[in-house]
Design a protein around this ligand. Structure first.
Ligand SMILES: [Zn+2]
Length: 489
């Protein structure tokens, strides 16, 4: 987690221009993640220190929290790692038949309907306007340096590791159904110009359709493809990634472009057109996180939506941008402790096998219990239970473990059950998917080296329950798997 990363302000990403959010697939996603609270010189955070800590761990057997608890990004020690309670026995294991079609909740956002449902789709039918969500796709990686800045061998090795991790990520979260083949050139190529000729500042980035960023999207694509064309075979390339020397100053944040959205110029290689471009600048960002940026942006090429809400930061008690999905999904926050993709995103993408999903509608659902396999486990078996609760809503239940893609430390554990709810009428950036949080919960914190971003304490531990739309979801057993009872009121 970058500790001093500059901050594309979340609030500045408005939905006032639907064409920008919808057609453009543009966003300041690096914003959902930033850490405005970590600047200890702000008077605001100091005043927070004088306020009594909120009851973050209500219901815990040992409810004391560290009295040094504050909102300045330091480690929060808590006395209890979970909110586990004495569980009730599980209901009888469900034997009801699943009907997957019922959970294909149609996308009904007025905004997306208006703009043709071509990107950022939160419901059904499944669509991919750009890259198919299943199959093998090629990503070309071009190391570029400038006339006034050269890259070195170490930077190349860092970048290679990161793009390979990105490919591995999609192999795992898609259960092997989506594969990116990485073709990375093995030396630095020099763009025709100095860094200033290719620069995009944070302010220019925020101005999504400003002259500078529009022209730079095209220039990077045009010059970068022309530069690499003699050395690389772009046959079948779906995404081109430009990687930069670590100490570059050209890109203050990132540059991503999606043809048909915010990119009006399609890359023209000898082997055919290239539609998507990513480049991460952010010189203050931990380079070990580059892969997560690629993964999030690639989600958009698969038509997957952002899961953060543009204005949610303003609602949190301490100014942290916690969001309706907080840090619990790659498409909500690509710098947080949890970088996996949750059940709804995987369902949208078509990555589950039929036997990994139980679906029913509320009317037909019969109360019972289910044994859930953690979503990131290699194990087969049931990964999610989804109950359709209206024409446009469903409740989604899944099991999470702190393991790869979901392993960042927080001040409380996150091994347990996660309950979310989708509402497909909600427009982009307004929080269509939202965590359903047990009563009395507050925020938990990433450790100091992750920048101090607050997360909603949303995990259901043993004995915990939550009620959503007439369904009570309760955790009865936990171990390698979780057993949950779902009771219809
Ligand atoms: Zn995004």
């Amino acid at each position: 987690m970058p500790t001093a990363q500059s901050e594309p302000d979340q609030q500045s990403t408005t939905t006032e221009d639907p064409s920008a959010t919808e057609l453009g697939a543009i966003e300041q996603e690096e914003s959902d993640d930033t850490d405005s609270d970590s600047d200890s010189d702000s008077g605001e955070s100091e005043s927070d220190l004088s306020v009594d800590p909120p009851a973050l761990f209500f219901g815990c057997d040992t409810p004391e929290v560290d009295t040094n608890h504050s909102f300045d990004g330091v480690v929060r020690a808590v006395d209890c790692e979970t909110d586990a309670q004495t569980p009730n026995p599980a209901l009888e294991r469900s034997r009801q038949a699943s009907d997957l079609a019922k959970c294909e909740v149609p996308d009904k956002s007025s905004e997306r309907q208006r703009y043709g449902n071509t990107a950022m789709i939160v419901g059904f039918p499944r669509k991919s306007h750009n890259i198919d969500q299943i199959g093998n796709h090629k990503v070309s990686v071009v190391p570029v340096q400038f006339e006034d800045l050269s890259g070195n061998q170490k930077d190349l090795e860092v970048h290679r590791e990161q793009v390979e991790k990105f490919a591995d990520y999609y192999d795992k979260v898609s259960f092997g159904k989506l594969n990116f083949e990485i073709d990375m050139h093995d030396s630095w190529l020099t763009l025709p110009g100095v860094q200033a000729d290719y620069s995009v500042t944070a302010d220019q980035y925020q101005d999504s359709y400003g002259d500078r960023i529009v022209s730079m999207r095209e220039k990077w694509m045009r010059d970068g493809v022309a530069l690499a064309d003699p050395f690389m075979d772009f046959s079948g390339t779906r995404i081109i990634i430009f990687v930069l020397p670590e100490n570059q100053k050209a890109l203050e944040l990132t540059l991503q472009a999606f043809y048909g959205g915010d990119l009006q110029y399609e890359g023209q290689s000898d082997e055919g057109p290239i539609k998507n471009l990513f480049a991460i600048g952010m010189p203050q960002t931990d380079s070990r996180m580059y892969w997560a940026y690629y993964a999030h942006e690639t989600g958009h090429t698969l038509s997957l939506p952002d899961l953060y809400a543009f204005n949610f930061g303003a609602q949190s008690e301490d100014g942290n941008a916690v969001g309706p999905m907080s840090t619990f999904d790659m498409m909500s926050n690509n710098w947080g402790p949890t970088l996996t993709m949750g059940a709804w995103i995987r369902w949208l993408a078509g990555w589950f096998d039929d036997n990994q999903v139980f679906c029913q509608d509320f009317e037909n659902f019969e109360s019972g219990s289910f044994e859930l396999q953690p979503i990131d486990n290699d194990s087969n078996g049931l990964k999610t239970v989804m109950i359709r609760t209206s024409e446009t809503e469903a409740v989604i239940i899944e099991s999470r473990r702190e393991q790869q893609w979901d392993e960042g430390p927080t001040s409380r554990k996150r091994d347990g059950v996660l309950v979310t709810k989708i509402d497909t009428t909600v427009n982009h950036g307004k929080g269509a998917l939202a965590l359903q949080v047990p009563e009395g919960r507050g925020l938990i914190y990433s450790y100091a080296d992750s920048g101090g971003v607050g997360s909603i304490d949303a995990t259901l531990f043993l004995g915990n329950s939550v009620e959503v739309d007439g369904l009570i979801i309760e955790v009865n057993e936990t171990g390698a798997t979780d057993v949950v009872s779902i009771t219809k009121k």
